[in-house]
Design a binder for this molecule. Structure first.
Ligand code: ADP
Ligand code: ZN
Length: 514
């Protein structure tokens, strides 16, 4: 890896690799299909840029962020990297010039949009080139389970079919396991090596508060943090404008940002934020993509984000410098209703509803929020984090090992094929027709949880989900699945602490059924 280190220094000016970068580069150089899951800002780009520079031929980089492509490529060129891009915003002449450069070996990294990649013309071009690598950036866009599905991406399996010997590296910051599986399947990757870096951002404090008296709370929050830079995410453009005006009227130096503004206006507002001329911005989710500002000290969600991925991505814009930063989410049921309406008008209803429900569960939960977040991304946090609102004001817990064992053992004996409602019916020994006709009354845990009311079981199941002891397969009729941790509970006597239902807030008791 001597050469890789030299390239890192020469073109990018860095002395050493971040965690996993070196391993990913090696995997690609060995010719493996490779999947890289790293949080935003983790340094995914170098993972394919460096091998591209080390190998003979040209690397094709597919990225849906057409708006950022130009900047990305210009950034590389400024570092002396031979890079170019092709997309539909260019004239035919410009495109031809770039193609010429590629033929002449003047381009080592060619960025293309997904539309371009799956076009007939581009396929013929590829046949004439010595392609050393396909890099699929923002690879979650390939999956309907990802939060940003793009139909063009679904045709990309042709890469492996027609160029089986060229390694493919897929990169994303979305790590839920369904999306992962789907990326691998959709791209037809061949025994891919998977690199998953930790999603934990311990410097971010997490807090969920009821969505009432929001403006007053925000003023209080800002008073404790004078001169700090932060982002307030709102659901609508109108809310961004209204809130920023109210803040200005209260003497807070804030602006707003949304996709309805002209490109110039947007650039100006973004610039003012980055330079700390206006340190606070009220924005829709359109804000933040590609913004590299390290000293954002807080992020507030004025409204409920539509899913955990978005939430994680948005809070992740705080504290990039590794110093302490705070996050605050206002949770109100009226936002849930708004989201539900949006979802009804969109495609992929089922997945979106399931994801919305999952973030409600996160908000309702009374266990360490970081545990829930990380378990959503397939990671397990052993200790409570101590840096979230639940850890700071913990509810009463009890030894729930027996309850967990009963529940998990039922999931196990039902062969991980059954959704929560039915698992609970089996635990409670229900003689419902379906239970009997499927023979569920013959399994060993049938009736083992008779003494616990149905509603309480729902709460315990939800806690087990949030703690990462079960997961839900949304693509299999919401069947409950065991996890590595639950196997330890079942087979190695691992202890499980659960929250006393009596001590849970009334709000949390109303949590939806998983
Ligand atoms: P991602 O695509 O994962 O969001 P980027 O590839 O844009 O992240 O990298 C985020 C930032 O980290 C960039 O400014 C990049 O230059 C920087 N970076 C990446 N690798 C290293 C490294 N090994 N040492 C120092 N900085 C790095
Ligand atoms: Zn915590």
């Amino acid at each position: 890896m001597k050469l890789a280190n030299r390239i890192l220094k020469k073109y990018f000016g860095y002395d050493k690799f971040r965690p996993l970068q070196g391993e990913v580069i090696q995997s690609i150089l060995n010719g493996n299909d490779t999947v890289v899951i790293m949080p935003t800002g983790g340094g995914k780009s170098l993972c394919y840029q460096i091998p591209a520079l080390m190998m003979e031929g040209v690397a094709i980089v597919v990225s849906p962020l057409i708006a950022l492509m130009k900047d990305q490529v210009e950034g590389l060129q400024a570092n002396g990297v031979q890079a170019g891009f092709l997309n539909s915003s260019q004239s035919a002449q410009v495109q031809n010039e770039i193609i010429e450069d590629v033929h002449e070996g003047k381009i080592k990294l060619l960025y293309v949009s997904p539309e371009k990649l799956v076009s007939q013309d581009f396929y013929y071009l590829l046949l004439q080139l010595k392609v050393n690598l396909f890099a699929v950036d923002e690879a979650h866009c390939i999956s309907v389970w990802g939060h940003d599905f793009r139909p063009e991406y679904s045709k990309m399996a042709y890469l492996k079919k027609h160029f089986p010997l060229v390694p493919v590296v897929a990169l994303t910051a979305t790590a839920d396991s369904l999306t992962q599986k789907d990326i691998i399947r959709q791209l037809g990757l061949d025994a891919p090596k998977l690199f998953l870096s930790s999603f934990d951002r311990p410097n971010l404090s997490l807090k969920v508060a009821p969505g009432k008296d929001k403006f007053k709370s925000i003023l209080g929050f800002l008073r404790q943090r004078p001169h700090q830079s932060g982002i307030i995410y709102c659901l609508s453009r109108k809310a961004c404008e209204g809130l920023s005006e109210k803040l200005r009227n209260s003497g807070v130096n804030a602006s707003y940002y949304h996709a309805g503004l002209s490109p110039d206006d947007r650039a100006k507002r973004q610039e003012d934020f980055i330079n700390d001329t206006v340190p606070i911005v009220c924005a829709t989710i359109a804000f933040g993509m590609g913004i590299d500002k390290s000293n954002v000290r807080w992020v507030i969600h004025y409204n409920l984000p539509r899913n955990i991925e978005s939430y994680y991505q948005e809070i992740g814009r705080a504290g990039r410098d590794g110093l302490k930063a705070d996050t605050l989410l206002f949770y109100s049921f009226s936002d849930v209703i708004v989201h539900r309406k949006f979802i009804e008008e969109s495609a992929l209803k089922e997945v979106s509803h399931a994801k919305l429900e999952r973030i409600q569960q996160f908000c309702d939960a009374q266990i360490c929020r970081r545990k829930i977040l990380l378990s959503y991304f397939g990671e397990h946090l052993e200790e409570d984090c101590g840096n979230c609102d639940v850890c700071k004001d913990p509810p009463q817990q009890f030894d729930g090992t027996l309850i967990a064992q009963k529940a998990l053992s039922a999931v196990f004996r039902l062969k991980e094929q059954v959704a929560a409602g039915t698992v609970i019916d089996v635990l409670r020994g229900s003689s419902r027709q379906e239970i009997l006709s499927r023979g569920y009354n013959k399994i060993k845990t049938y009736g083992a949880g008779k003494d616990v009311p149905h509603q309480d079981w729902q709460q315990y199941m939800l806690q087990l989900l949030n703690l990462g002891y079960i997961s839900v397969a949304y693509d299999e009729g919401n069947a409950l699945k065991l996890t590595e941790q639950s196997k330890e509970v079942l087979f190695s006597g691992r202890k499980v602490n659960l929250v006393h239902l009596a001590t849970m807030k009334a709000e949390a008791q109303k949590a939806p059924v998983i």
